[in-house]
Ligand binder design. Sequence first.
Ligand code: EPZ
Length: 434
Amino acid sequence: MDKFLIRGGRALKGRVEISGAKNSALPCLAAALLTDETVILHNVPYVKDLITQRRLLEDLGATVLTPELRTHKITARNIATFEAPYELVKTMRASVLALGPLLARFGQARVSMPGGCAIGTRPIDLHLKAFEQLGAVIELESGDVVARAPKGRLVGADVGFEKVTVTGTENVMMASSLASGRTIIRNAAREPEIEDLAELMNRMGARIKGAGTDTIEIDGVDAMSGAEHTIIPDRIETGTFIVAAAITGGEVEITRCDPTHLRAAIGKLGEAGVEIDELNQSTLSVRRSASGLKAKDVITEPHPLFPTDMQAQYMALMTQAEGNSVIQETIFENRFMHASELTRMGANISIHGNEATVHGPTPLSGARVLASDLRASASLVLAALCANGETLIDRVYHIDRGYETIVRKLWALGADIERITDHEASAAEAVQSV
Ligand code: EPZ
């Protein structure tokens, strides 16, 4: 498995361009299943999860052309099967986003139940309950969700989520877009990715109002058409590079981002001593303030509040802040696995239930560490950038799922980072053993 070798202590300087949002591109690719015409998506990030999502569409029978690396032209005219197999779903739970569009357009879908993952059990019970409210019959068969619309078409309904769920909201938006009648989604997720999906779907002929608020109204239509759409920038990649600039004491210009998508994170990082200037609507200039980093408590909550996907990166920063900070994780039940690895690098973190207390600042030293999930990996990279000495991060396939060419982007900012492939590692060992 590939590893990252990082020699810390260099202040990052220069300019970095943000890629398209993974968590918008994933539902937008799935939405192409709603029509037999061609959907063209620009700014799709070149990351592993989107390669997986593309494979899923092709396995279902869609054709996906990529005239350019980040442009996907999807035509789901000849869908031959309505099944998302276990091998795919087990590698990426976002495959469940195929359920909604397949149910909507074909009245049937079979998707392997996603297992849990490192950060939690992550069930899809809320998705399934909502589909049943739309008239679907849901059965579990040897680990697969088998969903059917008895009369071939779902019926609009008033759907209330007892918990905010991002992909649950997206799945119901897609399922109800071709239903007969009106659907109201209450307690809907409000993430920018939901708004981006709604914008694409409305271009395809859907009739969606209220995306971005907690109540979304969808009037079902009989058919949808092709469309062209550009995916929004990745707000979590943006936040990650803000932390990279601050934790290394550098000065970085972040371009092609959208600061309005991460107001809470920018606000909290500003309180913690990170200077973030908005040069224009899509460019930030970031540095650590002269007075240094200060420990600030944070609670992760659904958008528009502080995002859980920034929690691990924020924890790495707090190891360098003056004072004690309490980080409360309210979304996932096991999202502190980066804490033990940060501790191995010298951090002083204590965990009590869903609260982590970081005592800072503590000098970090390079070490061999293990990535456990996508955002934990980012946290370890950030810590390694400011640690003394060398850090070797193993299982970096996690980070490849959601960060486009992160080694190249960090290297261009002056980081001393390289990817060591398995082949290189074994060759190096062979040489050493001689
Ligand atoms: C989306 O996951 C994101 N993934 C996650 O990003 C993100 O962390 C999460 O939303 C929260 O913001 C994509 O958009 C592809 P949820 P999702 O349904 O939709 C519970 C990353 O790092 N829940 O909003 O799967 C669930 O267990 C990834 O890019 C149920 O109980 O998350 C969790 O505790 C990680 N039953 C909470 O709700 C359900 O049916 C929020 O989950 C659904 C969810």
